[in-house]
Design a protein around this ligand. Sequence first.
Ligand code: S3P
Length: 166
Amino acid sequence: MVIFLVGFMGAGKTSIAQLVASEYGYHFIDTDKEIEKNCGQTINELFASKGEEAFRILEADTLRGLTFTTNTIVATGGGMPCYHNNMQWMNQNGTTIYINQEVKELEKRLSSAIQKRPLLREIEKNDLFGYINGLLKVREPYYKQAKFEILSTLVSAQTVINTAIL
Ligand code: S3P
């Protein structure tokens, strides 16, 4: 079983994937961490040195370069499903789940993590809600192509596994 978690920045994809890994013995992959490992640069450095378009190509290549030899859960970057037919590729190669968090909750989580994310660095805290709302409108049609969707602030590992084996 290969599970791909998709959703906006701050939705909790990485934390949830780590829970599934520790509670169900799944192999855990974080696509951002894979990119950083392959390139020897942080995501912030990559955006600054190569730009977003180059990052999106790296992201697509990294996704297609993943190998799955055992049960695996993949936490994807928030923009990944929206570029280079990545959503289609994930749907063909595993079970996709959209972790859908409300904009208010995303805003709360992201307001303390702005510096970690290159797309948010120029956004004023007061503008964060509007920014998330706007970008989510563009991205949701991609996220909604996931096979399943979980709507909950606190998502347990059990919910993910039960959803994936439906
Ligand atoms: C991005 C989300 C980030 C990371 C990069 C771009 C995006 O991942 O891939 O900063 O475009 O939404 P997280 O969703 O893990 O924050």
